[in-house]
Design a protein around this ligand. Structure first.
Ligand code: RB5
Length: 149
């Protein structure tokens, strides 16, 4: 079976958790495409949100995982990009549901908010979940149409 490819990115506030997520993804058999940042030097989270979202929109990755200090800036930036449905998640139930119901193609986590073990459970719950389609697709179609207004 082909490896599932996940794009990951962070700013300096999320770089440690991103590294842990990368190892976790590889251990689970995924290919993690790490689009930076790669050190603790201060940088701007929108730059990395853009890199990861472009990889998702371009089909180079099936989905993206973004990490900043809170996860909030990343989710705000990612949701400005056409085609992206980014969910800021802090619990496993939401991580599963945002795939099943919202077909989120990006999740955002906060290194300063969510502990490492929980963050990995969140990532696992999201990646194991499947979009349910049906009425949920209708609802997604409605809000995705907001992009063109
Ligand atoms: C960086 O200090 C911090 O503002 C950023 O990582 C993020 O939390 C923004 O939402």
């Amino acid at each position: 079976m082909e490896k599932r490819i996940i794009a990951i990115g962070s700013d300096h506030g999320g770089v440690n958790l991103k590294g842990t997520i990368k190892k976790f993804l590889e251990w689970k058999g995924f290919e993690a495409v790490d689009l930076g940042t790669f050190d603790n030097a201060s940088c701007d989270y929108p730059d990395y949100a853009k890199k990861v979202c472009d990889a998702v929109n371009g089909g180079e990755a099936e989905c993206g995982i973004l990490v900043c200090g809170t996860g909030i800036g990343m989710s705000m930036a990612a949701n400005k990009i056409k085609g992206i449905r980014a969910a800021h998640v802090t619990d496993t139930y939401s991580a599963r549901m945002t795939k099943e119901h919202n077909n989120a193609n990006v999740i955002c986590l906060g290194e300063r908010i969510t502990g490492c073990d929980l963050a990995l459970e969140i990532v696992g719950a999201y990646l194991d979940a499947e979009f349910q389609g049906g009425r949920h697709q209708n609802r997604i179609d409605k809000f995705m149409a907001f992009e063109t207004v």
